[in-house]
Ligand binder design. Structure first.
Ligand code: SAM
Ligand code: 2KA
Ligand code: SF4
Ligand code: MG
Length: 217
C-alpha cells in the first residue's frame, strides 16, 4: 500500500527552533517533495531526491532519538499518504507530535492529538492563492497558525486576515515570523506594538544558533 512507505529527506534531532515549542529538544522527520514554491523557502534541498523507507523504519528511527517531542516537516509532509498513519503511531508511542504544514494541504485527517503548525502564506511568498481556507475549520486551541512575512504589505495582509477571518475565536496561537534576512524583526515588533496585535513574534532559533545556511539542524 502507498501508505506503507515514505520518501524521507532526513531524520535528526536538534533544538526546536520555531513555534511555542521553541527551545525544546526535538526529533525532526523531514519528508521529500513540495507542491508549492514559496519565493523565500529555506528548504529547497528537500524538494527532490530522498530515500524511500518503510513507514515502520521511519517511525523506529525517529523514536530511537528518544526526545519526547517529534516533528514531521518537509517539504510538505501532508502530501504523502503515509504521513497520516505515521503521525498517529508517533502519538500512540507517547510522544508530543507536531506537524509543520503549508496550509495548502488538507489537514482534516490529521490525528487530533497532533499539534498542527499551519502556515497561511502571505502574498510575498507568491503562493497566497493556494491557502486552503477550509482548513481553518480543523484548527483547535492546541494548534498554531503561522504567518511568515516578507514586508509591510505582508504584515497588513496578516492583520486583515486575523480580523476578517476572526482568527481570535479559534483560540489558537498566532505566530508572526519575519522572512530571514528580508524583513527586520525590529520592524515587525514595532508594527505589532503599534497595533497591539495579539500575535506571538518568533525568530528561527536554529538560525540564530547555527546560521542561516546550516542544514540538518
Ligand atoms: C520549510 S517549511 C516545511 C513545512 C511546510 N512546507 C510549510 O511551509 O509549513 C517549514 C517552515 O519554515 C518556514 N520558512 C521557510 N523559509 C523561511 C524563511 N526564509 N524565513 C522564515 N521562515 C521560513 C516556512 O514558512 C514554514 O513555516
Ligand atoms: N531546529 C529547527 N526547528 C524547526 N522547526 C521547524 C522547522 C522546519 O523546517 O519545519 C525547523 C528546522 O528546520 N530546524
Ligand atoms: S510550502 Fe514549505 S517547503 Fe514548500 S516551498 Fe513553501 S516553505 Fe518551502
Ligand atoms: Mg526549517
Amino acid at each position: 500500500m502507498k501508505e506503507d512507505t515514505l520518501v524521507v529527506h532526513e531524520i535528526y534531532s536538534s533544538i526546536q527552533g520555531e513555534s511555542t515549542f521553541a527551545g525544546l529538544p526535538c526529533t525532526f522527520v523531514r519528508l521529500t517533495g513540495c507542491n508549492l514554491r514559496c519565493s523565500w523557502c529555506d528548504t529547497t534541498q528537500a524538494f527532490h531526491g530522498g530515500k524511500r523507507m518503510p513507514r515502520s523504519e521511519v517511525r523506529e528511527k525517529a523514536l530511537a532519538f528518544g526526545t519526547p517531542l517529534v516533528e514531521l516537516t518537509g517539504g510538505e509532509p501532508l502530501l504523502q499518504p503515509g504521513a497520516i498513519p505515521l503521525l498517529c503511531e508517533l502519538c500512540d508511542a507517547g510522544r508530543t507530535v507536531l506537524v509543520e504544514t503549508s496550509g495548502e494541504a488538507d489537514v482534516s485527517r490529521v490525528d487530533p492529538r497532533v499539534h498542527k503548525i499551519m502556515d497561511l502564506k502571505a502574498p510575498g511568498s507568491g503562493e497566497s492563492h493556494r491557502n486552503r481556507w477550509s482548513n481553518l475549520a480543523h484548527i483547535s486551541p492546541r494548534d498554531e497558525i503561522k504567518f511568515v512575512l516578507a514586508d509591510r504589505a505582508d504584515y497588513e495582509w496578516m492583520r486583515t486576515v486575523i480580523h476578517e477571518r476572526n482568527l481570535a475565536q479559534l483560540n489558537c496561537t498566532l505566530l508572526a515570523s519575519a522572512v530571514w534576512g528580508k524583513l527586520s524583526p525590529k520592524d515587525l515588533v514595532a508594527w505589532v506594538l503599534e497595533d497591539s496585535l495579539l500575535v506571538r513574534v518568533q525568530i528561527q532559533l536554529h538560525k540564530v544558533i547555527w546560521g542561516a545556511e546550516a542544514q540538518g539542524v
